[in-house]
Design a protein around this ligand. Structure first.
Ligand SMILES: Cc1ncc(COP(=O)(O)O)c(C=O)c1O
Length: 502
């Protein structure tokens, strides 16, 4: 397609003030100036910046937060139609992340993943995507009406975690599904294993399709050469970043990046108008502006330190036999093209305790980690860590090592693997809107599931609407529950009953 037909509105993107550079924080600074002007507030929010705030909240958070919690006004710009300080802040983010256009998201990467799918697919279109996609991608399938063709990433048996999609798997899927209209890859995964984004983007482009990447866990990749090449630089058409996961912005704030060429910008904008609140939080958007400023100016030194701390922790953990924490040696295994060293996957199988149990034991020691799975806990190190915080993790692990009485029979249990991808009986959208009923899980073999059953975190579904429930899926779900997984999405949390298409 002719590029000018895809990007007609690029010329109308407001150009940044020539004086605005990566040293500026235009949105944050503009908000502070507005607050300083001290205009009386006859607009929402109802707390009016101070006197309407419930006193316990004011005491807990302090007054500054409420002064900055403003509604959209011309002097502080509009997220859905930015011309001024939000446009400047988003343009600075685009420059920092090597995108042609960046959008601030106030509903997390969840809305970004859905936006990528709705921007590139229509009802009934086929899409190739990682089976290890986050549940937001499955929501995007329901909303778009697209028909999924999944790729199963190889499994890293030793650690019991999913690996990454390889060029071979992608090529095979592209050849098999010649009608596909787009490809979505999730990389890095929760454990820090990355696919080769450049090779995948080239392959997908060679088949004439847009390449979308859910890089929710890799917003920091741009800011240190040790990390995997970021997807935007590797040629992806759209990428989502949970800035709040690894950068310093507030929870729920994310970034959606776009490259001119394959996906019409106006389409992205119109989807965002549906996905984003008409009352976007300035606290969130200003925090994105500030996080970009921090990374653009100090990112490399901050991540240098974080990598050093994580590597030191990895060494110490590996000295605590029988605990294990994999490093670079996993690169090349199970499709992993690179490892983000700031992700510490701590393996407990040889100690005979599950990751879920280890997570609870660490909690008793005052240490909260990102997640547990059947055999591991995942600890995330960022630029916010210090020697003291790392020491608290290591001390917690030492206490577990000294006191935990594991079940030796568990050490021999084989890894759970990933369940096979079930047969798709109805499209996710058809299944979502079809009439359904509850039946006992044990009697559900052969029925089309009406729910998305997902252990959370990491939020990768076991079965989705429209997929056939079989014995393998039932066993896998019950086994995960037995290990102690927190399973979301099923109406009956005990998992004795399941909702199926009637
Ligand atoms: C791979 C992946 N994509 C998207 C999301 C959704 O991100 P958010 O929580 O920012 O909505 C998550 C959340 O855990 C995720 O792990």
């Amino acid at each position: 397609m002719v590029i000018s037909a895809i990007c007609p509105s690029l010329e109308s993107i407001p150009t940044r003030d020539a004086l605005c550079t990566q040293q500026d924080i235009p949105l944050l600074e503009g908000l502070l100036e507005h607050i300083q002007r001290g205009a009386s507030r006859f607009h929402v929010p109802g707390h009016k910046g101070h006197f309407g705030v419930p006193s316990p909240l004011l005491e807990a958070l302090g007054p500054a937060v409420f002064r900055m919690d403003l509604t959209e006004l011309d002097p502080i710009d509009h997220l859905q139609k930015p011309h001024w300080i939000i446009a400047q802040a988003q343009d600075l983010a685009a420059e920092a992340f090597a995108a042609d256009k960046t959008f601030f998201l106030v509903n997390g990467s969840t809305s970004g993943v859905v936006t990528m799918l709705l921007s590139s697919l229509s009802d009934g279109d086929e899409v190739i995507l990682s089976r290890t996609s986050h549940r937001s991608a499955y929501g995007g399938l329901i909303l778009s009406g697209a028909i999924p063709h999944y790729i199963h990433a190889p499994y890293q048996n030793e650690m019991g975690i999913p690996g990454q999609i390889t060029s071979y798997l992608m090529e095979t899927s592209l050849r098999k599904h010649r009608g596909a209209k787009a490809v979505l890859v999730t990389s890095p995964n929760y454990y820090g294993l990355s696919a080769d984004s450049r090779a995948l983007a080239e392959l997908v482009h060679a088949h004439g399709l847009p390449y979308l990447q859910d890089e929710a866990h890799g917003a920091h990749f741009t800011f240190h050469p040790h990390f995997e090449e970021p997807a935007m630089k590797a040629g992806a058409d759209m990428v989502v970043h949970s800035a709040h996961k690894t950068l310093g912005s507030l929870t729920q704030s994310s970034l959606l990046h776009w490259h001119c060429g394959r996906i019409p910008l106006e389409r992205v904008r119109s989807v965002l108008r549906m996905m984003q609140s008409t009352s976007p939080s300035y606290l969130l958007t200003a925090s994105l502006d500030a996080a970009r400023w921090q990374m653009a100016n100090f990112g490399q030194e901050l991540w240098e330190r974080a990598i050093e701390l994580a590597e030191m922790a990895r060494q110490e953990i590996n000295a605590m036999s029988p605990l294990r924490c994999f490093g670079e040696e996993v690169v090349g295994q199970a499709g992993a093209h690179a490892l983000d060293p700031t992700k510490l996957t701590i393996h407990f199988q040889q100690l005979g305790i599950t990751g879920y149990h280890a997570l609870d034991l660490l909690r008793e020691q005052g240490v909260e980690v990102e997640m547990g799975d059947p055999w591991n806990v995942l600890a995330i190190v960022t630029a916010g860590d210090t020697e003291e915080s790392i020491a608290s993790l290591l001390n917690g692990l030492r206490v577990i090592l000294e006191s935990a009485s594991g079940d030796p029979s568990r050490c021999k249990r084989p890894p759970m693997g990933m369940p096979p991808i079930p047969r798709q009986l109805l499209s996710p959208r058809e299944a979502f809107f079809a009439a359904s009923k509850r039946i006992p899980l044990q009697e559900a073999t052969g029925r089309a599931c009406a729910e998305t059953i997902t252990p959370y975190p990491p939020g990768i579904p076991i079965i989705c609407p429209g997929e056939e429930i079989d014995v393998g899926i039932i066993d896998y779900t019950l086994q995960l529950k037995d290990y102690g997984a927190d399973i979301h999405g099923a109406e009956d949390e005990t998992l004795e009953w399941v909702r199926v298409i009637s």
